[in-house]
Design a protein around this ligand. Structure first.
Ligand code: F6P
Length: 342
């Protein structure tokens, strides 16, 4: 079987390990793999490269994606579906494996409904896909956040300073929640729960007056909202899937706390450092398992499904069920975080 692969949306540590897992296992069964460059853009425009075992065997620990990525929505382009069908025929594809988050897999869902032989592999550092317990990239991201927080604690403690640390997480605060827990944050603020500025300032004041080093570490997800209820964006311009570029809530929050308490605040944005570099060992393994399972699904001609992790085992779930609903941090988990905060 001749199978095309693509990586779409924001890059994510472990994408190359999925490609490696798929290509090596598919080749063992006698199959051929090709890669589309820059996500759905490559399928639209027929940008293809060979993906032989020799091209991927060294990729188990390489961050980013050797195929490149983009936020192209091919179904928004004029004649998008016809262009995809034309590429499919020209490349003599038997199947397509789309590796991406909700947007990329949303397109895969529509293509599967249109009769194309598609398999999905879930990816996002945000871990917000409802069909799978975990996505690769998340573990790497929270380890980077935890290390950054460990470092910020020592400088904050030395100066008796308060730090606001902005982490990724658009509508789901899993990175913030896990980073806050793993990194000993005193306050954790997530998109799911509007920020109560008075409560945050009360923690800062209490810790300042407690007699110890008097410092506070506040983790805030980029998508968390202040009392005005708006996401803080770098610009209002949206991408092909309707998302504005978030960023700046940490800085804005720091200014508000400083104005209310008079405490000197520093803010740090971890940004794309959370997404770059080599995947953690956990993510290498999960990504490889996803790639191998996707090859098995293609061999069995089980299409219109996404590979997913449930507990410690892999399952396949219909693409239509796996996309469209966001997995957010529930109140009970947030309440548990409060049990070790303040
Ligand atoms: O979806 C993953 C993610 O990292 C989000 O947390 C973040 O809002 C977004 O991607 C950033 O995207 P970009 O790389 O386009 O700035």
């Amino acid at each position: 079987m001749r199978v095309g692969l693509l990586t779409g949306g924001g890059d994510c540590p472990g994408l190359n390990a999925v490609l490696r897992g798929f290509v090596l296992h598919h080749a063992q069964g006698g199959g051929t793999s090709v890669g589309f460059l820059r996500g759905w853009k490559g399928v639209l425009e027929g940008l293809v490269r060979p993906l032989a075992p020799a091209d991927v065997e060294e990729l188990w620990n390489v961050g980013g994606t050797v195929l490149g990525t983009s936020r192209t929505n091919p179904l928004k382009a004029e004649g998008g579906l016809e262009a995809i069908r034309a590429t499919w025929q020209k490349e003599r594809l038997d199947a397509l494996v789309a590796i991406g988050g909700d947007d990329t897999l949303g397109v895969a869902t529509k293509l599967a409904a249109a009769g194309l032989a598609v398999v999905g592999v879930p990816k996002t550092i945000d871990n917000d896909l409802s069909g799978t317990d975990y996505t690769f990239g998340f573990d790497t991201a929270i380890n980077i956040c935890a290390e950054a927080l460990d470092r910020l604690h020592t400088t904050a403690r030395s100066h008796g300073r308060t730090f606001v640390v902005e982490v990724m997480g658009r509508q789901a605060g899993w990175i913030g929640a896990y980073a806050g827990l793993a990194g000993g944050a005193h306050v954790t603020l997530l998109p799911e729960f509007p920020i109560d500025l008075g409560a945050v300032c009360a923690v800062v004041e209490r810790r300042r007056q407690a007699g110890g080093p008097g410092y506070t570490i506040i983790v805030v997800s980029e998508g968390a909202t202040l009392d005005d209820g708006d996401e803080v964006t770098v610009s209002k311009e949206v991408d092909a899937f309707g998302h504005a570029r978030l960023g700046g809530v940490g800085e804005r929050l720091a200014a508000r706390i400083q104005a209310k308490t008079g405490v000197e605040i520093r803010s740090t944005v971890l940004g794309h450092v959370q997404r770059g570099g080599p995947p953690s060992a956990y993510d290498r393994v999960l990504a490889t398992r996803f790639g191998v399972r996707a090859a098995d699904l293609v061999a069995k001609k089980e299409f219109g499904v996404m590979v997913a992790l449930r507990g410690t085992g892999l399952v396949s779930v219909p693409l239509a069920e796996a996309t469209g609903t966001l997995k957010q941090v529930p109140r009970s988990f947030y309440d548990m975080i409060q049990g070790v905060s303040g």
